[in-house]
Design a protein around this ligand. Structure first.
Ligand SMILES: [Zn+2]
Length: 425
């Protein structure tokens, strides 16, 4: 029933029904106000006998609205796109999909462009239409390096064994897909592990972030700041995995047990070192990244709506395959150039590693959700784009493809510690 209601609204937008704008598809380059266009369609639906949707609630678990680059649409297998976009601008288009089709889209994107997912998926049409607007710019801020002694002490604490053990445990779940029971179990397992980190530390708490449209929960460990707790630094990576589409074996050891494990190890090392930040740090394992950045998209939007002051976000997605000459690569598109430069300086000053840059395109991982909501975000990656782990999104993404250890991922854990200490001071 809920699906029928919004479907009607979407149909009105797509087909140009209603008294407001006959034959009209919104073009946001033309200065059309998105909210007004949506509201007009909703009112037209109501006056045509439809019901007003309740704001803030997904209309159906069965439908999603995606935004993606128009150039990608034309390069993909046409079968999925025998439908008109609901709305578009020069660069992006919004489509209505069945949830069941999302897996196919993810798979098509990966096989065609080696990118994952490369689109945003939303529970509501309104959420997707916001993607067509320019992202707000984060306010300018200064990045300083003046915690050398503390960084050197704490950056020595992450352990390869801690990361590889967590990778093995996560990769043992058959498939960590966001809609599968084993994907829910993996999230619950991580919550238990993180609750153990919080024990006997009253300033540390762990809570799931529940998503209305799917059962897998994101996991958030919060270290409350001692001086400016209202300012927040976020480090995280996605916990879900995928292999083709369907409930296939999807160990996702590199993509992205490695990033979730590094996130956990950064938290563990900082807490073991007795570190209490001045600002709040949130460590997040995101649900449903492979299905259109849905976990991080919801969380970043909720933070923005609540007025949370996110000082910076570091995304950890694929950290354990040393495919290129340098150690750590920073994604230069849909990220903060200033914060990327800060991360490079952290390596130069404190760590014996080399770094480079790469581009990964529209909606390629969870940092993009934070950038889109006006927060400075960065994405540290294991290799150049061309030389990334060739086994991901298959049953063969296992730890042995990364040498059977977490030596490469450990570099990202050390960088994460330095980032946290210099940003949350
Ligand atoms: Zn990933």
């Amino acid at each position: 029933m809920r699906f029928m209601k919004l479907s009607l609204v979407a149909g009105l937008l797509a087909c140009g029904f209603g008294p407001v704008n006959a034959g009209y598809t919104p073009d946001f380059n033309g200065g059309v106000d998105v909210k007004a266009a949506v509201q007009a369609a909703i009112e037209a639906a109501a006056s045509a006998g439809g019901l007003l949707p309740e704001p803030g609630r997904p209309e159906s678990a069965g439908r999603v609205w995606i935004s993606m680059e128009r150039g990608d649409v034309s390069a993909l297998d046409g079968a999925l796109f025998k439908r008109a976009p609901v709305a578009q601008n020069k660069r992006l288009a919004v489509y209505e999909f069945e949830t069941d089709e999302l897996d196919q889209l993810s798979d098509g994107m990966y096989r065609t462009f080696a990118r994952a997912p490369g689109f945003f998926a939303h529970d509501t049409l309104e959420g997707a239409l916001e993607d067509l607007q320019a992202a707000p710019q984060p306010p300018a801020r200064a990045y300083t390096l003046d915690q050398a002694a503390r960084v050197k002490e704490l950056a020595a604490l992450p352990r390869e064994e801690g990361i590889s053990a967590a990778i093995r445990a996560l990769a043992a779940f058959k498939n960590r897909g966001y809609r599968y029971a084993t994907g829910v179990d993996a999230s619950k397992w991580l919550q238990k592990e993180w609750v153990r980190l919080a024990e006997n530390r009253p300033y540390v708490s762990v809570a799931p972030f529940k998503h209305a449209a799917f059962p897998q929960e994101s996991v958030i460990l919060t270290v409350l700041g001692s001086a400016e707790p209202e300012k927040v630094v976020v480090l995280g990576g996605h916990l879900d995995s995928v292999a083709g589409y369907g409930d296939n074996p999807a160990p996702g050891a590199d993509d992205n047990a490695s990033g979730a494990a590094v996130t956990q190890e950064i938290a563990r090392a900082l807490l073991e070192g007795g570190y209490r930040p001045a600002k709040t740090i949130k460590f997040i394992a995101f649900a449903a990244e492979e299905a259109g950045l849905r976990g991080s998209g919801e969380i970043a939007a909720a933070f923005k709506k609540a007025g949370v002051r996110v000082e910076g976000m570091l995304n950890l997605d694929m950290t354990n395959y040393k495919g290129s000459e340098r150690d750590i690569y920073f994604v230069s598109d849909n990220s903060s150039p200033e914060q990327n430069a800060f991360l490079g300086r952290l390596i130069d000053a404190y760590l014996p590693y080399t770094w480079g840059t790469l581009k990964c395109g529209y909606g390629c991982s969870d940092h993009a959700s934070w950038t889109k909501n006006g927060y400075p975000a960065s994405y540290s990656f294991e290799s150049t784009f061309e030389q990334h782990n060739p086994f991901i999104h298959k049953a063969t993404d296992t730890l042995d493809k990364c040498g059977g250890n977490a030596a490469h991922a450990l570099k990202f854990a050390r960088l994460g510690v330095a980032y946290a200490v210099e940003l949350a001071k």
